[in-house]
Ligand binder design. Structure first.
Ligand SMILES: Nc1nc2c(ncn2[C@@H]2O[C@H](COP(=O)(O)OP(=O)(O)OP(=O)(O)O)[C@@H](O)[C@H]2O)c(=O)[nH]1
Ligand SMILES: [Mg+2]
Length: 305
């Protein structure tokens, strides 16, 4: 299947493409498809994380609706931490999806995380790369459990961290030392009243202690209610602002390049262990080079050797 085959077959084509990625990740045709998709990025990739029940999936629905209203197409991946199966989790499982199944401009896929709680499987990364070539926005939802918040950083351009009023999440947020991870912090369930305002102040306090180097980006804290849709437009424009920020000074290109290199090293380690990484030697990628074809080459070499 080529990228054009998928494009012309719409959502059904993408579903078949994703099934290919799952069934034969190492087939030359799959690698060629991923290399082509990697070379033709369209979407801005948004990662959303936060504790269980904070309202991520509900927010995903609200964001999809807002982006669709602007005429932007959206591809979503909901990472399911509870499933240890190496395949795709049940579609729409945790997503509480309310989008129109006939709408060709929205595609949602739920996926199993790998063994690490909340971690991202290799399949999530390939699915993201494929969807990045097909949609205007790609949104990835992962549940933040322990350290796994950091995993979404490895695939997203913009990371949203969700906290809920009255949950002490902002305290957790500080403790976990993840104040440097998100590009936007979202206080969900703003319709819960004063508690939302307090959560916002707490987060702002936590962020001011962070002091991480964000290359000049100031992390905004936004209050939203997915129920009333209050704050959703602000969030959409906040994400756009971060996208515009990344577009300056080659930041986005550099970020994606570093993500691709990190993915390659991870993938080699997963297949061949630390010893494999050592034997592979130089795993750096040329500017703009796809990690998928390179992984295939390196794997070939390590198997023969
Ligand atoms: N009052 C209020 N409740 C909300 C809002 N958004 C979500 N909820 C409720 O919060 C609960 C959890 O919402 P989800 O969207 O499933 O949360 P989640 O973060 O995706 O949960 P996991 O996927 O299990 O981690 C549900 O009962 C929602 O109805 C909101 O804006 N206001
Ligand atoms: Mg959810």
């Amino acid at each position: 299947m080529t990228l054009d085959d998928i494009r012309s077959a719409g959502k059904a084509g993408l579903a078949r493409g994703l099934a290919e990625l799952e069934r034969s990740p190492d087939a030359p045709a799959t690698v060629a498809l991923l290399d082509a998709a990697f070379a033709a990025p369209v979407a801005h990739v948004v990662g959303m994380t936060g504790p269980p029940g904070v309202g991520k999936s509900t927010l995903m629905n609200a964001l999809i609706a807002a982006w669709r209203q602007q005429g932007r197409s959206v591809g979503c991946i909901a990472v399911d931490p509870s499933s240890r199966r190496s395949g795709g989790a049940l579609l729409g499982d945790r997503t509480r999806l309310t989008t129109d199944p006939e709408d060709q401009g929205v595609f949602v896929r739920s996926m199993a995380a790998r063994d690490r709680l909340g971690g991202l499987s290799g399949l999530t990364v390939s699915a993201m790369v494929l969807m990045r070539a097909l949609f205007d926005v790609v949104l990835i939802e992962t549940v933040g459990v322990g350290q796994s918040e950091t995993d979404v950083v490895a695939v997203a351009d913009t990371v949203l961290f969700c906290v809920q009023p009255g949950s002490g999440d902002s305290l957790q947020f500080m403790k976990a030392g993840i104040a440097e991870i998100p590009h936007l912090v979202v206080v969900t369930k703003a319709d819960m009243g004063a508690a939302a305002g307090r959560a916002m102040a707490d987060v702002q306090g936590a962020l001011s202690l962070g002091g991480g180097d964000n290359e000049g980006w100031t992390v905004p804290v936004l209050m939203v209610s997915s129920n009333t849709r209050d704050g959703i437009d602000m969030l959409v424009s906040g994400i756009d602002s971060h996208a515009a920020f990344l577009a300056g000074g080659h930041r986005l290109r550099r970020l994606r390049h570093l993500q691709a290199e990190a993915w390659l090293v991870d993938a080699v380690r997963e297949r061949f262990g630390r010893e494999g990484v050592r034997r592979a030697g130089d795993l750096s990628l040329a500017e703009g080079a796809s990690p998928f074809g390179r992984l295939a080459e390196v794997s070939q070499y390590l198997k023969i050797d």
